[in-house]
Ligand binder design. Structure first.
Ligand code: GDP
Ligand code: MG
Ligand code: ZN
Length: 333
């Protein structure tokens, strides 16, 4: 039996959703089509892939969803100024990037913020490790520098045994994991290896590019034989960050946050202020200019996602003007 929460009614889990069409799985692994009870369509929070729901049998072989059970975690991204739910009750997010052309530390930092916002734990997966060893080593160094302390798994699809071994500690009967990352990085390949069966189609690489064609167009939740739930998703194009919390940006950049506490001014922008500990660290070579730039951009984004477009413009203008008034800093004490 799968690891489901207790409820007086029959409990199920959403494994697929498309508009108002749902597919659910029961603790005994039976799968059924499902629809929402009328009253649920007006309650605001719609069930999402990964959600636990309760309800009753309906129309011979269907399931009627009547209640949404409380969510443990909620993974979202910002798309067109709106919050878009990606999955519920995820414990582990495999941030998947390939070691070849898809690689971007910038994007990795955005993904990390998205994960810290959700309540789930990140694991970085560097796929297509079959590149030149020097390049792979460089990528690994860059990942470790940007995401210190976050587990890193490096994979090559030709060695499935090594993949299973590396993922095992992160896939227990209590896990709900999701693979996120650009299309073509090898998410479905990994999932198929972990499930030891063909769950999702993988398109062969077109000659001349190494991107592969994305064939996963919907999100699907699968249970592995050991009871771990894994969600495959299509490539995320925009990696907008939602959640308004600057705290999660801070969690991705603990080094900068620690340094900033030693700046002379409380509202230091870490540009040309006197006694700026962040700029001092850059001068000493302990922090890269690029990382500081990424931190600032992410801070701005998390700020913007909570504002209306008019407020965003106002904030941009204020920032441009404000930058010229760096002399008006308040000393800390
Ligand atoms: N060279 C190489 N290609 C891989 C590796 N893993 C997956 N691929 C290929 O990358 C392409 C895209 O894989 P897929 O799993 O569909 O990516 P997804 O879009 O992230 O689900 C396919 O042609 C895979 O065969 C790997 O470790 N090395
Ligand atoms: Mg796929
Ligand atoms: Zn500073």
């Amino acid at each position: 039996m799968l690891n489901f929460p207790n409820h007086e009614q029959l409990t199920a889990r959403i494994i697929f959703q498309s508009h108002d069409q749902y597919r659910v799985i029961f603790a005994d692994r039976r799968i059924q089509q499902a629809t929402l009870a009328g009253r649920m369509q007006f309650t605001g929070t719609m069930p999402l892939i990964g959600d636990f729901v309760s309800g009753q049998p309906y129309d011979r072989d269907k399931f009627l969803i009547t209640h949404l059970l409380p969510r443990q975690t909620y993974l979202t991204r910002a798309a067109d100024q709106q919050e878009q739910g990606l999955a519920a009750n995820v414990t582990t997010v495999f941030i998947t990037m390939s070691a070849n052309t898809d690689f971007s530390v910038n994007r990795l930092e955005r993904y990390l913020t998205l994960v810290w916002n959700s309540g789930a734990a990140p694991v970085i997966v560097l796929t297509k490790a079959d590149v030149e060893p020097e390049l792979l080593e460089q990528r690994q160094t860059e990942v470790t520098a940007a995401a210190f302390g976050v587990p890193l798994i490096t994979t090559t699809n030709t060695v499935p045994a090594a993949i299973k071994k590396a993922f095992a500690p992160f896939l227990t009967a209590k896990t709900t994991a999701i693979f996120i990352g650009s299309s073509g990085v090898g998410k479905s390949t990994l999932l198929n290896i972990l499930a030891a069966t063909q769950l999702q189609t993988i398109k062969s690489i077109r000659s001349g590019d190494d991107k592969g064609r994305h064939t996963t167009t919907t999100r699907n939740l699968y249970y592995l034989p050991n009871g771990a739930a894994v969600i495959d998703s299509p490539g995320l194009r925009g990696v907008g960050v939602t959640g308004s919390t600057n705290t999660s940006t801070a969690q991705s950049f603990p080094d900068i946050v620690t340094l900033a506490r030693q700046c002379r001014f409380k509202d230091c922008q870490h540009e040309a202020e006197p006694n700026c500990a962040v700029q001092a660290a850059i001068k000493r070579g302990e922090l890269s200019q690029q990382r500081l730039a990424n931190y600032k951009r992410l801070l701005r984004e998390t700020e913007y996602t909570t504002l209306t477009s008019r407020q965003i413009n106002a904030a941009k203008i204020k920032r441009m003007v404000g930058n010229k008034k760096n002399l008006r800093h308040r000393p800390k004490r």
